[in-house]
Design a protein around this ligand. Structure first.
Ligand code: PAF
Length: 308
């Protein structure tokens, strides 16, 4: 079955309803469930993993490709963002996605920029939010819209009688703060959707997949490996229940040529609040998330790893 490309909300609703109806009762364990994979395109193997996870768990899968102007602070960044529709369609088709929804800005924001927005509050202002003011409010606003326009009109109760929604949306663990904020939005505002986190996909050398990796020179790419190495160092210490020694990890990052560390923090995985007490001279216990952001040459990269 080949992938369909739709560009309007009306087409998306009609195509989704038709496929759900066609596949209902077809005997699949998860017959009648819809998986949504929101993206901004420029897809790579990290996105392919999101798409495959959705295809495995749902009878119909929609991926959205929309470069959301609301989440870009710098108009230059928005203009430079890679637009690779044909390649995106091929990657999603290969992964088994049924529908690619690629709306125009006018289709998503027919009245211009929305006056009412979703805000991540203080949780959206720390870490990534501190260096990208307004970014998470823009991302949450479009995710909220995409979750609504992608929501199936019928069959919201899961066919297994569990009372769970038959609607799931897939986000990468790589954008840990975005994932935590989306989970929070869905819980706080009662969205009838299950949020599924998909683990980070890394290249063989440890670099986390990102649409921005394509902008790294060979030397910068080599330097960028220090991000995952610093996280591995912390993970090794956490696994051995040793003090985390975050300063050595920071020094490691700063020693790499062309790397400018923004932050390396140990935080609560759900609230992203800094867990400074875990970085003292005591053995590590419990669970936390180590998050890092750095500029490597002109490219800002983020990464994270679960500790404990
Ligand atoms: O992670 C992304 O690609 C974007 O922030 C998202 C979730 C598609 C919203 O534009």
């Amino acid at each position: 079955m080949s992938i369909a490309l739709v560009t309007t909300i009306a087409e998306l609703k009609a195509a989704t309803a038709a496929l759900l109806e066609e596949r209902a009762g077809a005997g699949a364990a998860e017959s009648g469930t819809l998986g949504l994979v929101p993206t901004m395109g420029a897809l790579h193997h990290g996105h392919a993993a999101l798409a495959r996870a959705a295809v495995e768990e749902n009878s119909v899968v929609v991926a959205t490709v929309f470069i959301n102007p609301l989440q870009f602070g710098d108009p230059g960044d928005l203009a430079r963002y890679p637009r690779t529709t044909e390649a995106d369609l091929a990657l999603l088709g290969e992964a088994g996605v049924d529908i690619m929804f690629a709306p125009s800005v006018e289709e998503m924001y027919p009245g211009g920029e929305p006056m009412v927005r979703v805000t991540g509050g203080t949780m959206g202002e720390i870490h990534e939010g501190a260096s990208r003011p307004g970014h998470f409010d823009g991302a949450l606003t479009v995710v909220s819209k995409l979750l609504h326009v992608g929501m199936p009109n019928t069959g919201l109760a899961a066919p297994d009688g569990s009372g769970r929604p038959a609607y799931r949306a897939y986000f990468g663990q790589k954008d840990a703060q975005q994932l935590a904020l989306v989970r929070r939005m869905v819980a706080d505002l009662n969205f009838p959707v299950d949020i599924v986190a998909v683990p980070i996909i890394r290249d063989a050398d440890g670099l986390a997949s990102s649409s921005r990796n394509r902008f790294l020179s060979a030397e910068e790419r080599e330097s960028a490996l220090v991000l995952s190495r610093a996280l591995e160092l912390l993970k090794g210490r956490a696994d051995a229940h040793e003090p985390l020694d975050i300063r050595s990890a920071e020094e490691l990052v700063r020693s790499a040529p062309g790397v400018e560390l923004d932050y390396l923090e140990v935080v609560d995985p759900d609230t992203l609040a800094v867990r400074a007490e875990l970085c003292q001279d005591t053995p590590f216990t419990g669970q936390a998330l180590a998050i890092i952001a750095a500029k490597v040459g002109p490219v800002r990269l983020i990464d994270n790893v679960l500790l404990g």
